[in-house]
Design a binder for this molecule. Structure first.
Ligand code: 5BU
Length: 259
């Protein structure tokens, strides 16, 4: 059972370079917290990461919500990633034909392929999307495929989810893992389950987001890396809250691997 293995063991089983790095970072820094830094100002993002960088394994961005995006911002966030040893996930949820996705990934304002260690993508368009997201000149890059979503009433079916996992299995060197909500989604211990929709209390927002607790997502639902956005960024003291999430999530992980 993949969820009983410690991250350092799973690092050895990972076929994608980014999955290997992420498992290793989690084991070294003792954190499985991914901060979803859903803020719209570059100074706010950089200030927050300056303070919480040491507590996270992964920082998830939505580059297209930033009001004052520049290449200098990318230079700085990369410096923070190096300094604090975390990876960058651009949550772009690509969903077009391969040719368009290839342009979206490498061109335009954001040039995501230049800086993001990994990205999210829908399996909906078929395999062409994975061929389009191949690493630029030999860098380590990864893709988290969406197998499930956290939002109420989403249209993903069990068949779609299964077909997504089969598609991923043809690209072992590219796939970092799945964005999903449930333990039965996949078996391969070398892949990472990234789970959003997490807060300290079960709840919902008013636009369909559904939140489960750390205990539930880690111990029952198989989450390996846990995505927290507003639970941290909208708190009165984001830093205190980040530490609280980090400690809570890590305790659940330790309980899980100790059987
Ligand atoms: P929140 O503030 O913790 O609700 O933020 C969750 C983040 O995860 C947000 O950036 C979403 O775009 C992202 N997300 C999600 O909430 N649910 C999903 O199924 C996927 C991504 Br895929």
């Amino acid at each position: 059972n993949r969820i009983l293995l410690p991250y350092e063991k799973r690092a050895e089983l990972a076929k994608n370079g980014i999955a290997k790095q992420l498992f290793t970072i989690m084991a070294t820094k003792k954190t499985n917290l991914c901060l979803s830094v859903d803020l719209t100002s570059t100074t706010k993002i950089l200030d927050l990461l300056e303070q919480v960088g040491e507590h996270v394994c992964l920082v998830k961005t939505h580059a297209d919500i930033i009001e004052d995006y520049t290449d200098d911002f990318i230079k700085r966030i990369k410096q923070l990633a190096d300094r604090f040893n975390f990876l960058l996930l651009e949550d772009r949820k690509y969903a077009d034909i391969g040719h368009t996705v290839s342009l979206q990934y490498t061109k335009g304002l954001y040039k995501v392929g230049d800086w993001a260690d990994c990205v999210t993508a829908h399996s909906l368009p078929g395999e062409g999307i994975l061929k389009a997201l191949n690493a630029p000149n030999g860098c380590d890059r990864g893709v988290f495929l969406l197998a499930e979503m956290s939002s109420e009433g989403n249209l993903i079916t069990p068949d779609y989810k299964e077909a997504t996992v089969v598609m991923a299995s043809k690209y072992p060197e590219l796939i970092t893992g799945f964005v999903c909500q449930n333990i039965d989604t996949f078996k391969d211990p070398g892949l990472i389950q990234l789970t959003p929709g997490v807060q300290l209390e079960s709840s919902k927002d008013d636009l369909g987001q559904v939140y489960n607790t750390p205990e539930k997502v880690i111990l029952e639902k198989g989450a390996d890396v846990i995505v927290v956005g507003r639970g941290i960024v909208a708190a009165k003291s984001p830093v205190t809250q980040a530490v609280l999430y980090k400690d809570t999530l890590w305790k659940c992980y330790l309980k899980r691997v100790s059987g």
